[in-house]
Every structure is written in structure tokens, then in C-alpha cells.
Design a protein around this ligand. Structure first.
Ligand code: DLL
Length: 434
């Protein structure tokens, strides 16, 4: 496998030089927020800190955390570290309730973001000559524009499709010879299914790689997408508060996402607010080193994963994060058992006879929580006898009971009947909260 590097010096820098860059940039960002953001100055003063106390990464643990509520409390622009006249772009998170979290970018920030997305595109082997179809939504959501600027920066031909209109996506994919698809994994699945239904075989396409992110997806989902589209399906991570897509990106080795450490410091924080060592799972937390519009210190993402500094065969030296296992606030508590939707997905996608589409419905009957898992039967099973279908139901229930430790009612649906997504999939309905 041939690896290409967008910025080889940075991407393959030895770890002690990388650390020296982080030390210097951390001192710089701490000075900037202390001087320009009253919220951070107050927080640091409350902790008895001045910028001089932060000598480098070894002192990171002294700094206060930032949480989403802090962004809400300073909505919309209260955490900006530059005058608004220097902000050239505003994005916002895709929160479903209340006010979104807002992020502002200076032109330097947009430039660095494009640079990191360019690195990320190179991780996927995407370069000049590639045709990149961007099926992430364009708008306040960072997916579309983030991938767009990165793909343009490497010199690829960009098709700014945005999400939705699957028939048109398929037509252009074939006619324009798309080599690279950028969208959520659930939308990639949706496109694959529509191609199959339309009788478009993969030999009519030039697709070779997908840059998929913005939502959790299991290894099994990766396998299914790769098989269906005949591509390498790679994971890209980011969040609007911290930048957007391209905070980290998987290379073709598919062993986790490289975090661009010259721009971000990642930590994993445990349940007692302690920093956990590599390998252990907890709350992924970022400090931005080079953002000027809205820098963040120790921002708790609530995304659960682990970090590793094991060398990667691609030669990049930046640490990697494992796939996101779920969010601390996604966790369902069903009859006292902690359940992550991703665990249910993992079980379902490992079972033959059902389609990779599902919906999790949690409700309450009297004092008791109930869990219903809706899945689509595959077309081949539709003709099966009641007995065979009951056997499949009990197989799913047993597997969920063993692996996730909850009892679930399994409801089979017709193929194609569950809602398809063209962005972030919504797979959980918690009626207890309604
Ligand atoms: O989802 C940015 C993005 C766009 C990332 C396109 C990748 C591709 P937000 O809308 O602010 O930003 O949502 C951020 O999405 O905290 C995670 O919970 C989730 N997320 C993002 N990437 C992944 C991923 C964008 N690769 C939130 N795997 C984050 C799992 C992801 N979850």
C-alpha cells in the first residue's frame, strides 16, 4: 500500500518535536484566551492561575474544563477571542434541542481547517485528479464546507452535491466518474441500497474510497459499505465547536483516526474527572492550539473512545483515537442497565437475514422500561415460514440479552420500510422523555 502525505514534515514528525510545538502553542493559546475571553480569565483566576503557570502540556491538567453549557451560557458570540470584524465564518452544531453551539472562524482558522482536511483527504489517498462528491449537508453544519475546502485544497474536482436527492447523487456519481464519496455512513448505506435497487452495478462506477463520519458506525457497517460500494470506507471525526470534520482522520491502514496533534491536544477523561492513560475509554476532550476565532481549553466532547500511541504502519506519528463507542449523553438506561445504541447496532449487523436498518424504541409501561428493536427482514426471508422467522427473532433476542444485557422485543418490518437518512441518522426514539 502506498501512503501519500500532504505535509510530510508535520505528519511524520518525531514525537518530541511534536511535543515542543504543542508546548509552545499551548502557552500561546492560554495567553490569548486569558487576555481576550473574560470567561476564561475568570475561570483561570478562580483556579489561582495566570498564563505563566502553564509552561507546557505537563501543566494542561491545571486548566479548567469547558463544557457545552459554557457555550450555551455565552451564546452566541461570548467565547469569541477576536473582535467580530475578524470573524469570516460562523457554523453551529446540529443540536436538536434549544440553541445550537456556535463557532466562529477567522480567515486563518478557515485556512488551517482546509489544510487539515487536505491532510485528511491525503490519508484516504485522495489527490489531484480525483472526483470528490460531497454529500454532506452544506450550511451551518460543518460537514459540507469542511470536506469541500479540503478536497479543493488538494486539487481534486469537487462536486458540491450536499445531502439528499439520492437519484441525482447516483446519476452524477456514474456520469462524472466520482472516485470519492463524502457523507455520513448511514447515507452511504442508503446510496448503496438505492444503487442496488436501480440495478447499477459497481463496475459502472469509479468509486474507490469513502470519507465517512459525523455519526457512530460499527465495524460491521464498514464491512457492509465496503462490500456494497467496492471501496475503502474510512472514518473522519470532528465537531463544530472544535473545528468541524478533520480533527482526526483514518488512514488506509484503518486502525483508528490520527488526531492532528500540532493543532489539537486530546485527552481522555474518566468518571472522576481524572486523565486516563492510553488504551482506556472515557470522555474525549480537546484543547485547540491554533484556533483564533473561538479557542477552547479542555472541551469535553462527551464522545466515548480511547487513544493509542502505538506506531501506525502508515508512518504518521500522530496518535490515533478508536471509533466513537457512543456519547455519554446517548447512553440509555433501560431497567437500570446502561445501553449504548452502538452496542445494539453491533449485534444486529452481525446477524444474517436482516437489513442494516434499525430503529430503537424505548418506552415505559407502568414503572417498567421497555425496549423494542425494529429491524427490516431481508427480501430473501420474506417467504420463510412463521417458524423460521420466530427462530430468527429468538436468535436476535438471545444475542441482545447476552451481549447488551437487556431484553428486547424484536419487531420485523418490510424491507425498505424504516426511515432512511441523508445526514445523521436518527435511530433512537425514547418515548419516556416525550
Ligand atoms: O458532525 C462534524 C463532522 C462532519 C464530522 C462530517 C465528520 C464528518 P457536529 O454536527 O458538531 O459536527 O457533531 C459533532 O458528531 O461530537 C460526535 O458525537 C459525532 N461525530 C462526528 N464524527 C464522528 C465519527 C460534525 N467519525 C458530533 N464517529 C461529535 C462517531 C462522530 N461520531
Amino acid at each position: 500500500m502506498r501512503h501519500i502525505y500532504w505535509n510530510e514534515t508535520m505528519e511524520r514528525m518525531d514525537r518530541s518535536s511534536l511535543r515542543a510545538i504543542q508546548d509552545e502553542r499551548l502557552r500561546d493559546v492560554v495567553r490569548r484566551v486569558y487576555t481576550n475571553v473574560p470567561f476564561y480569565r475568570d475561570r483561570m483566576q478562580q483556579a489561582g492561575l495566570t498564563p505563566a503557570d502553564i509552561r507546557g502540556v505537563q501543566d494542561l491538567h491545571l486548566l479548567p474544563y469547558t463544557v457545552k453549557q459554557d457555550l450555551r451560557d455565552h451564546y452566541p458570540f461570548g467565547l469569541f477571542a477576536v473582535p467580530q470584524s475578524e470573524i469570516v465564518r460562523i457554523h453551529a452544531s446540529s443540536g436538536t434541542t434549544g440553541k445550537p453551539s456556535v463557532s466562529g472562524y477567522t480567515s486563518g482558522d478557515v485556512d488551517r481547517w482546509s489544510e487539515l482536511m487536505a491532510r485528511s483527504m491525503y490519508c484516504a489517498g485522495v489527490t489531484r485528479g480525483d472526483v470528490v462528491q460531497i454529500a454532506y449537508g452544506y450550511g451551518l453544519f460543518t460537514g459540507g464546507l469542511g470536506a469541500h475546502y479540503g478536497a479543493e485544497r488538494v486539487g481534486a474536482s469537487v462536486i458540491p452535491m450536499s445531502g439528499g436527492n439520492t437519484a441525482r447523487q447516483m446519476m452524477l456519481m456514474e456520469d462524472f466518474g466520482t472516485t470519492t464519496l463524502c457523507c455520513t455512513p448511514s447515507y452511504a448505506m442508503n446510496i448503496a441500497e438505492s444503487l442496488r435497487e436501480a440495478g447499477v452495478t459497481i463496475d459502472r462506477l469509479k468509486l474507490k474510497v469513502g470519507v465517512f463520519g459525523a455519526e457512530t458506525w460499527s465495524p460491521r457497517m464498514r464491512y457492509l459499505i465496503e462490500q456494497a460500494l467496492g471501496i475503502d470506507a474510512l472514518n473522519v471525526y470532528g465537531l463544530s465547536e472544535v473545528m468541524g470534520p478533520g480533527v482526526s482522520m483514518e488512514c488506509l491502514c484503518k486502525q483508528g483516526m490520527h488526531i492532528w496533534e500540532d493543532h489539537f491536544i486530546a485527552e481522555i477523561i474518566g468518571e472522576n474527572n481524572e486523565t486516563l492513560p492510553y488504551g482506556q475509554e472515557g470522555d474525549l476532550t480537546f484543547t485547540t492550539l491554533t484556533k483564533h476565532g473561538m479557542p477552547l481549553l479542555r472541551y469535553r466532547t462527551h464522545d466515548i473512545c480511547h487513544l493509542t500511541d502505538e506506531p501506525c504502519p502508515c508512518g504518521r506519528t500522530h496518535i490515533r483515537m478508536g471509533p466513537i463507542q457512543g456519547r455519554t449523553d446517548d447512553m440509555l438506561i433501560i431497567r437500570g442497565v446502561n445501553v449504548f445504541p452502538s452496542q445494539i447496532e453491533h449485534v444486529l449487523l452481525g446477524i444474517k437475514g436482516i437489513e442494516p436498518n434499525y430503529m430503537i424504541v424505548v418506552d415505559r409501561e407502568g414503572a417498567l422500561d421497555t425496549l423494542e428493536v425494529q429491524v427490516e427482514l431481508s427480501a430473501e426471508l420474506l417467504g420463510d415460514t412463521v417458524k423460521e422467522i420466530e427462530a430468527l427473532r429468538s436468535k436476535i433476542q438471545t444475542k441482545l440479552g447476552n451481549d447488551v444485557l437487556v431484553h428486547a422485543d424484536v419487531k420485523f418490518c418490510q424491507p425498505g420500510s424504516l426511515v432512511r437518512s441523508d445526514g445523521k441518522a436518527k435511530r433512537v426514539v425514547d418515548r419516556r422523555k416525550m
